[in-house]
Design a protein around this ligand. Sequence first.
Ligand SMILES: NC(=O)c1ccc[n+]([C@@H]2O[C@H](COP(=O)([O-])OP(=O)(O)OC[C@H]3O[C@@H](n4cnc5c(N)ncnc54)[C@H](OP(=O)(O)O)[C@@H]3O)[C@@H](O)[C@H]2O)c1
Length: 290
Amino acid sequence: MTTKIAAAAGHWKLGGDLPVARMGFGAMRLPVRDAEGAPNERGDALAVLARAAELGIDHIDTAAFYHQGGLAANELIKEALHPYPDGLVIATKVGPGRRPGDRYPTYELEAGELRGEVERNLAELGVDRLDLVYLRVGGRAEPDGAPIGERFAVLAALREEGLIRRLGVSHVTAAQLAEAQRIAPVAAVQNRFDVTLPQDTGLMKTCERDSVAYVPYFPLGGFGLPDDERVAAVAARHEATAAQVLLAGLLALSPAILAIPGTSSLAHLEENAAAAGLVLTGEDMADLRR
Ligand SMILES: NC(=O)c1ccc[n+]([C@@H]2O[C@H](COP(=O)([O-])OP(=O)(O)OC[C@H]3O[C@@H](n4cnc5c(N)ncnc54)[C@H](OP(=O)(O)O)[C@@H]3O)[C@@H](O)[C@H]2O)c1
């Protein structure tokens, strides 16, 4: 019997009424493990998605610009899971632009291009309404704080039209979050964070205060697990893996945090889902954040 081990860390209600298990899944690695590498095997990617659902993962993070060599995350999700099980929440992101031949997005879409990108996600995922759409702003460097109101207002209008259930913002500063919140309710923030980063947790605390989910991207470091002696020490104490400590550490940091680790490997998926049941102590957390 399969147990829904990913649900062990409990649930969060996006926007107050859309529940998701706090351990989710990031789909960016399904088409290709590393943007510079060869595409994955289609069958392997489909098997990872099917297994994720069995493990109790009901929050999948995707984007129309996650594709490589004929494999696209949205299309894989649809093939593996459509008709979608009740309660599955698929989050997507719009904002980045990717030209043919680019291996990843290289520019930002204008406000007038966002409706098309939302419609593309609707079609690729085979739904009439998207559960959660983030406006992803800025490039790959630190969030730049530039105004986002004009673009976020377009998504807010599409939500009013019924095409989107919940809105989020990604790669933002506290001021950009506040700007978005003045336009429409924000259910989630998706910024780069992992427990080993000495990054300010102020925005995370703001999210917690405002009942906004904080969804770290690159929760496992993004480019290979961080080689970190604090993580190794806590992992040894719990007979867990470093990846599990990174994920359990995130979940312990704030009740508003939702984990979306990415993987193209069934073994890593199982390992990551099991981290939902790893309970770290106050001492562990003090050591990790030292
Ligand atoms: N908003 C944004 O700007 C933004 C940017 C980047 C990503 N994202 C989202 O965030 C999600 C998570 O980020 P990510 O996937 O880029 O990075 P990540 O979760 O930090 O790390 C994924 C990498 O770690 C490896 N990995 C996964 N589980 C592992 C384990 N148990 N042990 C060892 N290695 C493991 C994966 O390789 P294997 O395939 O070999 O497991 C992959 O190379 C993405 O999937 C995407 O949905 C958003």
